[in-house]
Design a protein around this ligand. Structure first.
Ligand code: ADP
Ligand code: MG
Length: 269
């Protein structure tokens, strides 16, 4: 077999030929409440996977399981070929130590509905904080990179602003830049535009589209059907803790097969 060299691209692993994310029979309960009832999912490197489903269907929980913010009760999740949260030894799973989990989380960026910026820090400080603390980047380097990232999300003139001085859309773009500062290979978005005034949604989606074009692997929980149709490589519809239907976003949106998908789409379209 001939060896193929894959050029390194933003967000892609140059070495792995397997999926960027693989979930196998993921189960998660909170006490007696079973929230995830056996989720199987694969997301290839460079793919944008849009995760849709009614409120309470387990979307946020699933995203949080991917970076081990929630411990799963059964099943397995791999990111870039690495088993998340556990080490397999002698046919048994042993939980990783805090430090090892932190190392697994580092290349997984997460953006939430609420922007979660540090209010007492400038935009620049917000972005530089994590790479310097966690990634041990040099301060000057981290600053240069932060400035570049802010330029990229259209906020090159807001380095010294405080979050409170920015609109929701601007704050969310800072939050995206902050996640990117850790040079993630995977980005998880949990309803990133749901808390925004309608007129600010577009600017955030534009940044996400730009990221997608650049080859970033993304899982996006969203009710923005237009985004899913335009940018999504796959659409996964969840309801009641299971994947009800999945496929090409344009096909699923135009012609949903399952009653629950139809009912959901009829509400959000
Ligand atoms: P979605 O993001 O699809 O709206 P969630 O994953 O947030 O759904 O929640 C799924 C279900 O799990 C809901 O019933 C929610 O109340 C419950 N849930 C989520 N997190 C917790 C928690 N930490 N403790 C108890 N129940 C939770
Ligand atoms: Mg949610």
């Amino acid at each position: 077999m001939t060896e193929v060299t894959v050029p390194a691209q933003a967000g892609r692993s140059a070495t792995e030929s397997g999926p960027m994310v693989r979930a196998e029979q993921v189960h998660k309960s909170f006490g007696p409440l079973e929230v995830l009832k056996g989720i199987d999912l694969e997301v290839r490197a460079g793919e944008v996977c849009c995760l849709l489903g009614p409120s309470g269907s387990g979307k946020s929980t699933f995203l949080r399981c991917i970076n081990h913010l929630e411990k799963i009760n059964a099943g397995r999740i791999w990111v870039d070929g690495e088993l998340i949260g556990y080490r397999e030894h002698g046919g048994k799973l042993h939980e990783l130590r805090e430090k090892e989990v932190a190392a697994q989380r580092r290349p997984i960026g997460m953006v939430f509905q609420r922007f979660n910026l540090f209010p007492h820090m400038t935009v620049l400080q917000n972005i530089v904080e994590a790479p310097v603390l966690v990634g041990r980047a040099r301060k000057a380097e981290a600053r240069d990179r932060a400035a570049q990232l802010l330029e990229r999300v259209g906020l090159g003139d807001k380095l010294q602003a405080y979050p409170g001085q920015l609109s929701g859309g601007q704050q969310q773009r800072v939050a995206i830049a902050r996640a990117l500062a850790m040079q993630p290979k995977l980005m998880l978005f949990d309803e990133p535009t749901s808390a925004l005034d309608p007129e600010l949604v577009g600017e955030v989606l534009d940044v996400m589209k730009d990221l997608a074009r650049d080859g970033m692997t993304m899982i996006v929980v969203t009710h923005e059907i237009g985004f899913a149709r335009e940018v999504g490589d796959s659409l996964v519809f969840m309801d009641g803790g299971v994947v009800v239907e999945q496929g090409d976003p344009r096909a699923v949106i135009a012609d949903p097969k399952h009653e629950r998908t139809k009912a959901f789409l009829a509400k959000v379209l």
